[in-house]
Design a binder for this molecule. Structure first.
Ligand code: AMP
Ligand code: GLY
Length: 433
C-alpha cells in the first residue's frame, strides 16, 4: 500500500477544488493531478476530464482508468449521491464520506440527532412537518427566529429573522416541497468560525480555524451566500479552539458515527458560533468549506496529499498533525451580477493575469469558463483573490490591491473581508438584517 500519493483525482468545479488542486500539486510526492470536471483555473495545475461529478459509476471508472492513488471529492452533492462509495468499492482510496455518513450534511434533522446522541453542544432545535408545529416551535424559542430547510440548499435554506411572518413564509416554502421538513432552532449569538477536521473514521486532526463572511453585503447585511470571503488565523479567538472542537465535537461525533456502523472518513466541517456559554455547533458539513478553506490551504505547511491519503486509508495516527506556516491568508470573492438570487454568465473578465502577478497573490477560479480566447463568468461566485501576508491586515491589503485589478460587468465584492479585528461581524446580531 502506498502511503504517499503519486497521482490524485479531484472531483468538482469550484474555488475549493482549485485551492485543493494547487495544494496537492505542491505536495512533493504528487506528480500528477487530475480533475473532473474542473475549471479553467484548475487546468493550469491539473489534467481535466469531462466527467459528470454526480455520476458515481462514471467517477469510479475514471479513477480506475487513470490508476490514481487517491480521489478527493470536493462538494457535498456527489458525496450525498454516493460517489465515494463507488470509488471505494473499486479498491481506490477516497477522501470523502460514504453516502450514509454524508447525511451529517444531507439532513439537518439527522445531524441534530447525531449531535444529541454524542452530547455535542449545539442550538436547541425542533424538526417540524406542519405549519402548526412551526408556529409552536417559533413561540417556544422566541425571536430572533432561525428556520432551516431540512434538505440540502447550498447554504441558502436558512432564514434568520426577527420577523415572525418572514419566518413562517420561509417555513411554508420549505414545507410545500414533497417530503419537506423544516428545523426551527434557538438563535446562537456570537461570531462564527469554521473548523475543518480531517477524519479517518476514528482519528481526527483539525486544521487552523478560519472565518467566512456569509452575507452578500458589507457589515453582514443582505441575504446569505455560499461565502464572500475568508481569512485565517483568528488572532482574536482562544488559542486552543481547534483542540476544544476536536474534544467536544469531532471525537464524540466520530464515535457516534462508528457506533452506528457508518464511520466518517473525510472532512468534518464544524460551523461554530462562539457564544458567551462557549462554542456551539451551528452546522456540520461533510467537505471543506468554500471559500473558508482557501486561506487555510495557503498557510498549510504539511503535504496535503499525504495527509488526505492517510485519512482515506484509516492511518491518520501514523502521520504527523498538520503544521501551518506563520503569517496569514485572506480570500476575497468576486461574484457575478445578481448573486446570490441568480448569476450572470458570459461576462468578459479582465485583469486576472495582472492580479496573479502580485506578490503573495493567486487567483482562485470558482465560476469561470473560456469563450474563444476570453475568460468569462460562468457562475455566482466567479473568482477569489487569495493573498498571503505577514499578518491578516497585510494579507488583506495584498488581496484587495490585486482584486482592484480584476474587472467584469456586474462584479460584486465585499470591501470588509477580514477587516474587523474581533471578527464579530456576522451572526452577532440580526438587528440590522
Ligand atoms: P447553515 O446553513 O445551518 O450554516 O446556516 C447558514 C447561516 O445561518 C449560518 O452560517 C449562520 O449565519 C446562520 N445561522 C444558522 N443557524 C443559526 C443559529 N442557530 N443561530 C444563529 N444564526 C444561525
Ligand atoms: N462557506 C460555507 C460553506 O462552504 O458551506
Amino acid at each position: 500500500m502506498r502511503t504517499t500519493p503519486r497521482s490524485v483525482l479531484v472531483i468538482g468545479t469550484g474555488g475549493r477544488e482549485h485551492a485543493l488542486a494547487i495544494a496537492l500539486s505542491q505536495d512533493p510526492s504528487v506528480t500528477e493531478v487530475h480533475a473532473a470536471p474542473g475549471n479553467p483555473g484548475i487546468a493550469a495545475v491539473a489534467t481535466l476530464h469531462d466527467v459528470d461529478p454526480m455520476s458515481a459509476p462514471a467517477v469510479a471508472d475514471l479513477a480506475a482508468s487513470l490508476g490514481v492513488d487517491l480521489v478527493v471529492v470536493g462538494p457535498e452533492a456527489p458525496l450525498v449521491a454516493g460517489v465515494a462509495d463507488a470509488v471505494r468499492e473499486r479498491g481506490i482510496a477516497v477522501f470523502g464520506p460514504s453516502r450514509a455518513a454524508a447525511r451529517l450534511e444531507g439532513s439537518k434533522a439527522f445531524s441534530k440527532g447525531v449531535m444529541e446522541a454524542a452530547g455535542v453542544p449545539t442550538a436547541g432545535a425542533r424538526t417540524c412537518g406542519t405549519a402548526a408545529e412551526v408556529e409552536a416551535a417559533l413561540d417556544a424559542f422566541g425571536a430572533p427566529y432561525v428556520v432551516k430547510d431540512d434538505a440540502l440548499a447550498a447554504g441558502k435554506g436558512v432564514v434568520v429573522t426577527r420577523d415572525r411572518a418572514e419566518a413562517l413564509a420561509h417555513a411554508a416554502l420549505c414545507l410545500s416541497r414533497e417530503g419537506g421538513r423544516v428545523v426551527v432552532e434557538e438563535f446562537l449569538d456570537g461570531p462564527e468560525v469554521s473548523v475543518f477536521a480531517v477524519c479517518d473514521g476514528t482519528t481526527a486532526y483539525a486544521l487552523q480555524p478560519a472565518q467566512d463572511f456569509k452575507r452578500i453585503f458589507d457589515g453582514g447585511r443582505g441575504p446569505n451566500t455560499g461565502g464572500m470571503g475568508s481569512y485565517t488565523p483568528l488572532a482574536w479567538a482562544q488559542d486552543d479552539l481547534a483542540d476544544v472542537v476536536l474534544d467536544r465535537v469531532v471525537r464524540p461525533t466520530l464515535a457516534e458515527m462508528g457506533r452506528r456502523g457508518t464511520p466518517f472518513v473525510g472532512c468534518l466541517y464544524v460551523g461554530l458560533a462562539l457564544t458567551a456559554a462557549g462554542p456551539r455547533v451551528i452546522e456540520f458539513n461533510v467537505r471543506f468549506g468554500d471559500p473558508d478553506v482557501q486561506p487555510v490551504l495557503a498557510v498549510l505547511a504539511s503535504p496535503l496529499g499525504e495527509l488526505l491519503l492517510a485519512a482515506a486509508q484509516g492511518r491518520l495516527a501514523d502521520v504527523p498533525a498538520p503544521a501551518f506556516r506563520g503569517g496569514a491568508a485572506v480570500s476575497v470573492v468576486l461574484a457575478s451580477a445578481g448573486y446570490p438570487e441568480s448569476s450572470s454568465k458570459g461576462d468578459v473578465i479582465a485583469g486576472v493575469g495582472d492580479a496573479a502577478a502580485c506578490e503573495g497573490v493567486d487567483v482562485v477560479h470558482a465560476g469561470t469558463a473560456v469563450d474563444g480566447d476570453r475568460l468569462v463568468t460562468a457562475g455566482g461566485r466567479v473568482l477569489a483573490v487569495r493573498a498571503v501576508g505577514a499578518d491578516v491586515p497585510d494579507a488583506r491589503a495584498r488581496a484587495y490591491a490585486a482584486a482592484d485589478l480584476i474587472t467584469f460587468p456586474g462584479l460584486q465584492r465585499r470591501s470588509d473581508i477580514a477587516a474587523e479585528p474581533l471578527g464579530v461581524v456576522e451572526g452577532a446580531s440580526v438587528a440590522d438584517r
